[in-house]
Design a protein around this ligand. Structure first.
Ligand SMILES: [Zn+2]
Length: 472
């Protein structure tokens, strides 16, 4: 072999090695297949009475301001997991509905269904019917909405392409209020952009933020998805692709009610109006767009999913009554021996304690992670920012602090997905539980929150279950 030819061979070999190494690092670190889709799930307000979810009973819809959607992101690691996340513009869905829906979508290993917690969509839980204790759920709407989900997931699968992920974060405290003391906000938005490997252009995005979509408050009787649709539209228009909105940490109480939104001229807009809601969405979208200009590549290794069934005691007397009246379309459970539960008819429970069966979950995308929380979690339980010292009026000032979700992971990009696969109500730090006098902050009565929580054991049990789930 002459020397020149040997050098040539070495050089070709090292080029091949280099190329091989590069291709490998691309597969392992930055490539995931992602697909996006959406379907309209607006109820027909002319065909039958639609009871609006949120702000009291007997709010009947008089029309539609803007359509409600179910949106999906499909994630696949070739040769690995297939996961679909569906986000619906609804107040919440119980786990029984989610479990039934999973059977309709055998194409994926894991189907996550979460709600944006929209307060101007139809009652899908049974809490806001014609009168107290009477469900406003329309069964035929639930069926037709459920039948759209497999169609939606298949659309997202067919839209799937190899992508590289880029993430960015920004705080948006000016677009939210804390409706309950102490003032602890989870104000970060996270935008995860999926760029097509082939074209280098954005193929889709995921926008995650932590707020109640209830800007129009109790005044409106028109169906709307609230700020989530204008936020997504703003980002979609600029990036030229579809996206999905995921509602995160909304307890504690992260709300759009009372937020002073400014119009383009800087003037304060009136509260409870559709144009104010639209503007809030646009401002959120603008913020996400600005942040993603400096998006950083997300290191991708494996697409992972972890999930766990949990049981939570139903201490809330109102919820117990709703169960017994049959307003809640979900199974009730009793504990037959420690840690073992059996499904029962609520009317047959007698004096026995009720339990709800729910689930927690986690999706790993390398350096980005989603914590799937089955309800409305307080920011303290996510961020670990507990009030110190504890408020003396609290009912359980000595209760141990729950381990916070984000402390359980070293990932760079962490997101809460609230109302994921279930809606169990508020998840309140036990030290903040305050039903009995004397009340916290020198108040004459309890703050709003406990009335829509299963009980003070929810947070310790849920945090403990996450700790077990994510233990290495
Ligand atoms: Zn809520």
């Amino acid at each position: 072999m002459n020397r020149l030819f040997a050098i040539f061979l070495v050089s070709v070999w090292s080029t091949l090695l280099w190329a091989g190494g590069d291709a490998k690092s691309q597969t392992n670190e930055s490539l995931i297949h992602a697909g996006f889709a959406q379907v309209d799930i607006t109820p027909d307000t002319k065909a039958s009475k639609v009871y609006i979810a949120g702000f009291g009973d007997n709010r009947v819809a008089t029309g539609v301001h803007d359509p409600l959607f179910a949106r999906a992101i499909y994630l696949e690691q070739p040769g690995g997991k297939k996961i679909a996340i569906v986000s619906v513009d609804l107040v919440g869905l119980f786990r029984d509905f989610v479990v039934d829906t999973r059977a309709l979508v055998p194409e994926v290993d894991h189907l996550v269904i979460c709600s944006t917690h929209n307060h101007n969509g139809p009652d899908t839980l049974g809490l806001w019917g014609p009168g107290l204790g009477r469900s406003g759920v329309n069964k035929s709407y639930m069926k037709s909405m459920q039948n759209q989900i497999p169609v939606l997931v298949r659309k997202a699968i067919s839209n799937s392409k190899p992508c590289k992920m880029f993430a960015a974060k920004a705080a948006a405290p000016e677009l939210m209020r804390d409706g309950r003391l102490p003032n602890i906000l989870h104000d970060d938005l996270v935008i995860l952009r999926f760029d097509s490997v082939k074209t280098g252009k954005p193929h889709g995005f995921l926008l995650q933020w932590n707020n109640h979509p209830e800007t129009v408050d109790s005044d409106g009787t028109l169906i709307t998805a609230d700020f989530t649709s204008p936020a997504l539209a703003t980002v979609s228009k600029s990036l030229g692709c579809n996206g999905i909105y995921l509602t995160g940490t909304v307890g504690g109480l992260m709300t759009t009610i009372g937020v002073k939104v400014k119009d383009k001229s800087g003037a304060e807009m009136p509260l409870k109006k559709f144009e104010t809601m639209e503007r809030l969405g646009e401002l959120l979208g603008d913020k996400a767009l600005l942040a993603q200009q400096k998006a950083q590549p997300v290191k991708f290794s494996n697409l992972e999913y972890k999930g766990k069934v949990i049981h939570l005691p139903v201490e809330n007397k109102g919820y117990q009554a709703f169960f017994k009246l049959g307003a809640f379309n979900r199974k009730a459970f009793v504990e037959t021996s420690p840690g073992n539960y059996e499904s029962i008819k609520p009317s047959e429970a007698g004096d026995r304690k009720f339990w709800m069966q729910s689930e927690i979950g986690w999706v790993g995308l390398g350096d980005a992670e989603l914590f799937l929380v089955p309800g409305e979690i307080y920011p303290e339980l996510v961020l670990g920012k507990f009030q110190e010292p504890v408020e003396p009026g609290a009912d359980y000032p000595e209760a141990p602090l729950e381990p916070s979700l984000f402390s359980m992971s070293g990932a760079k990009w962490k997101m809460t997905v609230g109302l994921a696969n279930d809606e169990v109500g508020y998840i309140i730090p036990k030290r903040q539980w305050d039903e009995k006098a004397p009340f916290c902050y020198g108040r004459e009565k309890s703050q709003y929150g406990e009335i829509n929580s299963l009980g003070n054991e929810t947070a310790p049990r849920l945090s403990g279950a996450f700790k077990e789930l994510l233990a290495k």
